[in-house]
Design a protein around this ligand. Structure first.
Ligand code: ACO
Length: 420
């Protein structure tokens, strides 16, 4: 255990960087903080494998771990392409140490470290509760949909993309591990929020430990292929459900990726018409999932939407300069940031579809924005105009809001299927 920080005012809490020998204690602390549910051993082993000990912090009280937080070195697509992003996770404070400022201290330490070391200019997280992180400058930057689609051979419109050369084959997930990466990778660069998956993160996505199935069947796989090779795959499980002695099983889609629209549609067509099933559920799906446009009856899919990624600009200038913009933009932003004083002040952003630069300026402001609003708008999924309606953005020059809102938006919508 290496001490990296000061003692608290009370002299009781010590912030430190853990080392691998601390992992079991750290994991036990986080399970207790989350309510006492241990992970299956396979999941725990994976948690350890992806854990970056030199980027984590723990707080000790009387020598025992009472709070944890870590950063994963992710590569996430932003408008303009894949970029390094600090993935914040494992945030926990033990029940008997809460509401004493420990989370605040760890998150401030993370932001100061990222800033001082010139590491990732942007941090992102999945939050257990949507209301926690706004006070630290994180803004909701993407949403996800849950779909519940009734089974039916005619669930999809007849004019969906089709290719008579395509066949869908049922197989075991263990037999398709080599096919997964190319289909997944084809979907990463164009959609903000998607993460690069190396061999470890791919293995993590395909894990199916019996202790984490919640009563569902083992994962099953479908592969869409033609004579030239694989064009897509789906991973799904089935929950057994019978009503009045009739089978009403529920298909739960875990992953579905294809390199083209016809293969994607064909996989959905098979999933939506499996014998003995009544419903197909899929979560998390992008809010603009192409399957929603292929459905014959959108209303019956009952899409429900919730918050997903929360994004924080660590350094406003580096972050805004590392994405591209849908239209040419030249604006002075006056930024308010209660937690990170280095972001406060006026920044001139000039850029467009090919990139941007962002520098401190004394010029008059076109827009006044909170750092949280910039986090929300960063991936292109939340409109600056909508944020202005909510009071988080103020137009100082007529026309600036419309120009900025159009430049920051991105199509397709941001989406991150990976919980980290
Ligand atoms: C990215 C991730 O890892 S998300 C996972 C988050 N972790 C969990 O949900 C596990 C269970 N919960 C916990 O471990 C803790 O309650 C935590 C981590 C959420 C909060 O830790 P604490 O040390 O109690 O928070 P801390 O005392 O620093 O509070 C800072 C501020 O956040 C607020 N806050 C704390 N928890 C919550 C919450 N669950 N919802 C809303 N606000 C909260 C506090 O009221 C305080 O507000 P203030 O600055 O306006 O006074």
């Amino acid at each position: 255990m290496t001490m990296v920080n000061e003692r608290s005012e009370a002299g009781l809490y010590e912030l430190a960087t853990p080392d691998p020998a601390d992992f079991d204690e750290l994991a036990a602390a986080i399970h207790r903080a989350y309510g006492g549910f241990p992970d299956p051993p396979e999941v725990e082993a994976m948690n350890r494998e992806i854990f970056e000990f030199d980027r984590a912090v723990v707080v000790r009280h009387g020598g025992r771990v009472c709070a944890t937080a870590t950063v994963y070195s992710l590569e996430m697509t932003v408008p303009g392409g894949p970029r390094p992003v600090a993935g914040v996770g494992y945030v926990s404070v033990m029940p008997d140490h809460r509401r004493r400022g420990l989370m605040r201290r760890m998150l401030r330490h993370q932001l100061e470290t990222l800033h001082e070391t010139g590491a990732e200019p942007v941090a992102a997280l999945n939050s257990t509760e949507a209301g926690i992180y706004g006070r630290f400058g994180y803004g909701m930057a993407s949403q996800v949909a849950r779909l519940t689609i009734p089974r039916g051979a005619r669930a999809l419109l007849p004019d969906r993309p089709r290719d008579p050369a395509l066949r869908v084959r049922a197989t075991e997930p263990a037999l398709i591990t080599g096919l997964v990466a190319p289909c997944y990778d084809a979907n990463v660069a164009g959609r903000p929020g998607m993460l690069r998956r190396d061999e470890t993160w791919t293995r993590r996505a395909l894990m199916d430990p019996p202790g984490a199935r919640g009563g569902a069947a083992p994962l099953q796989a479908l592969v869409a292929e033609d004579g030239a090779g694989t064009r897509g795959y789906a991973l799904y499980t089935v929950l057994s459900h019978w009503e009045d002695s009739s089978p009403r099983n529920i298909v739960v889609v875990k992953e579905i990726y294809a390199v083209d629209d016809a293969a994607y549609a064909e996989l959905w067509a098979v999933l939506l018409d499996l014998d003995l099933t009544a419903t197909v559920t899929a979560e998390p799906r992008p809010v603009d999932d192409p399957v929603l446009a292929m459905l014959a009856d959108f209303r019956r899919a009952v899409p429900t939407v919730r918050d997903q990624l929360h994004v924080r600009l660590v350094d406003v200038d580096r972050a805004l300069a590392s994405r591209a913009y849908a239209r040419d933009v030249d604006l002075v932003l006056e930024v308010e940031d209660p937690l990170c004083p280095w972001n406060r002040g006026r920044w001139r952003l000039s850029g467009g579809p090919d990139g941007a630069e962002c520098r401190a300026t004394d010029g008059p402001a076109d827009l006044a924005v909170s750092v949280r609003a910039l986090g929300s708008a960063y991936l292109g999924g939340v409109s600056l105009r909508q944020l202005a309606s909510a009071g988080a953005v103020t137009e100082r020059r007529a026309g600036a809001l419309g120009a900025a809102a159009a430049a920051f938006r991105h199509d397709p919508a941001p989406y991150c299927p990976t919980i980290f």
